[in-house]
Design a protein around this ligand. Structure first.
Ligand code: HEM
Ligand code: SF4
Length: 556
């Protein structure tokens, strides 16, 4: 993975010193709350419901085991012994003390990490596919360009005060796992008719209050121009995006207001000035950065491993875990492994310090010392030998990281909601936990099969509820907490925004509601059809009828 050079390191170290002094001045009463606010936000520090919340950047979701060990130590020493991996592949600490943050940032800097630009109206952490570089369906490994974009966007002077935050996702696979259509800019890498790396550029996607899927602004962009083209897009947005209304400030609103054709016209006109300017990426620069993302020193292995095959045959629990948690790999004899951060009874995405140490050790021992964070809030070991899978399973299981529920109903995406977030309308973690309790039978979960259930505590949609096959949104009605349900949302190439099924429900009704949605699906599905395909085929009406019929009957 990318290693900081002296310049990267100096910038991060200087920022720590600067922020230490800013915090000192604030605590000494030399800076007001208002003066300190932008300074702390530039360093990832929010003030939340119970305590500050620190969001630590994980560039395109990649971590070294050394970094994860450090995060574990920080969580133990400065927080309550756990951290929350977020849908933006970052790590959030929910209980740091404001006065400790400079020390935390100093510790992070020793392992080439920081919290810069994890908040505020700037270009945020760039996200990508957790299987980048190893996915069998990969066309182009997007990580080198993602890293170049990280360097370009961090501290971009022109884009430090945009109308709103700005999110960019990159994907280089046949099946999009980075949700490029739900981002302000989505970059889809492919090979053009001359076999050259090219980019399809999407713009104006985003969830939140007004969920919109992005539009294609350019079908074919030569990779050399990715920075200048993004600059043209963001410049047009910076000039014309709405600053008078925070709810209408995202680029999606501008693109919608102008229409994609007019927006494209303006971007192309701007690009005419920028094209071929110094931010054009040279072949040499791409090569320089790409060398950090070359293939791992894989052993030459046969496609099959006898010990693995016999473990599968003799151990049903192991086989069940492999079925859900182990993924294909470009290299013969290797696999990727998802470690589940979704056991029953814990907030989805949370990992304890002990668990972080276990994962870091596993990465060190079995996966070249690297790991990834997925936007589904799990951790991934990307380069594992078939012959090591059984040992990994045993160790992960002992640490509570091997619940075989990846891609199943209990692999819930869930924002921190009312337990931590000051913007929440309702709690989301207890809803996730109640659903996990309701569906605690693994055989039944496997029978239901691939399904995505996403929960957000308010319409900011941090839990991606719009694009969940089942989406749950916390709403406030007369000061009490209610939950609105959508179905038919989907991420990926054929992304869609879910449809609301009807009036919202009380918290205690939610497991029953999900159960009834599943009942309809199980009754209506054809052969191996997934939940989302059944919804798309038969529509929302049968689900709605069943859920509300039961609700009315129960109220009689
Ligand atoms: C607790 C502190 C948090 C605050 C104050 C916060 C704030 C917000 C706000 C205001 C939005 C609305 C964006 C818009 O409509 O323009 C939003 C959206 C979003 N946030 Fe958060 N959030 C928090 C935590 C999280 C967490 C924990 C995650 C990941 C698990 C996350 C990931 C996202 C994502 C993916 C969106 C989707 C909206 C989009 O991309 O358009 N946020 N957040
Ligand atoms: S969706 Fe709302 S409640 Fe959940 S983390 Fe985002 S802002 Fe907070």
């Amino acid at each position: 993975m990318y290693k900081y050079d002296e310049i990267d390191q100096a910038i991060v170290d200087e920022r720590v010193a600067q922020y230490r002094d800013q915090t000192r001045r604030y605590l000494a009463g030399e800076l007001t709350d208002e003066e300190f606010r932008p300074l702390r936000l530039q360093n990832g520090l929010y003030i939340q419901r119970h305590a500050p919340m620190l969001r630590i950047a994980v560039p395109y979701g990649m971590l070294s085991s050394r970094q994860l060990h450090k995060l574990a130590d920080i969580a133990a020493r400065y927080d309550r012994g756990y951290g929350h991996f977020s849908t933006r592949q970052n790590l959030q600490l929910n209980w740091p003390k404001l006065e400790d943050v400079p020390d935390i940032l100093a510790e992070l800097a020793t392992v080439q990490m920081h919290a810069i630009q994890t908040s505020g109206n700037c270009i945020r952490n760039i996200t990508t596919d957790q299987f980048a570089g190893i996915a069998p369906d990969e066309i182009i490994d997007p990580r080198a360009v993602a890293e170049i974009m990280r360097q370009w966007s961090t501290f971009h002077p022109e884009f430090a005060l945009l109308p709103r935050k700005f999110k960019i996702a990159v994907s280089g696979t046949k099946q999009d796992r980075a949700i490029v259509q739900a981002h302000d800019i989505g970059l889809e890498f492919y090979r053009d008719s001359e076999n050259k790396m090219a980019i399809k550029v999407w713009v104006g996607g985003g969830l939140g209050r007004t969920p919109i899927l992005g539009s294609v602004i350019r079908e074919h962009l030569e990779w050399q121009h990715v920075l200048t083209y993004c600059e043209a897009i963001i410049r047009v947005y910076n000039l014309h995006g709405r600053r008078d209304n925070a709810y209408k400030a995202r680029i999606k609103i501008l693109v919608k207001a102008l229409g994609i054709d007019e927006f494209r016209k303006q971007v192309e006109a701007e690009w005419a000035y920028l094209k071929d300017s110094p931010n054009t990426i040279t072949e040499a620069e791409l090569q320089r950065v790409a060398q950090y993302f070359t293939k791992m020193p894989y052993d030459t292995l046969p496609a099959h491993d006898a010990s693995f095959d016999s473990a599968i045959a003799s151990n049903p629990a192991f086989a069940a875990w492999v079925k859900r948690s182990v993924h294909g790999h470009q290299q013969a004899g290797y696999r990727a492994v998802t470690l589940s951060l979704k056991p029953h009874g814990r907030a989805p995405g949370d990992a304890t310090s002990e668990q972080m140490h276990v994962v870091a050790d596993l990465a060190e021992k079995y996966s070249f010392g690297e790991l990834r964070v997925s936007h589904e809030q799990n951790l991934i070991l990307a380069d594992v030998k078939l012959s090591d899978l059984f040992s990994i399973w045993e160790q992960a299981r002992a640490a509570g990281l091997a619940t075989p529920n990846i891609g199943l109903l209990t692999d819930i995406i869930c924002c921190p909601g009312g337990d931590f977030c000051s913007l929440a309308n309702a709690k989301s973690i207890p809803i996730a936990e109640a659903i996990q309790q309701q569906f605690d039978n693994l055989d039944y979960l496997h029978d239901i099969g691939d399904i995505e259930l996403n929960i957000s505590g308010c319409m900011n949609a941090c839990g991606h509820h719009h694009i969940g096959h089942i989406g749950i949104l916390g709403v406030d009605k007369d000061g009490s907490e209610w939950y609105q349900v959508t179905i038919g949302g989907k991420q990926g190439n054929d992304a869609s925004i879910g449809t609301v099924i009807g009036p919202s429900f009380a918290a205690e009704e939610m497991p029953g509601v999900v159960q009834r949605l599943i009942d309809v699906y199980l009754q209506e599905r054809i052969e191996e059809e997934r939940f989302i395909d059944t919804v798309r085929r038969i529509g929302v009406a049968p689900f709605k009828a069943h859920v509300y019929a039961k609700k009315e009957a129960a109220h009689v």
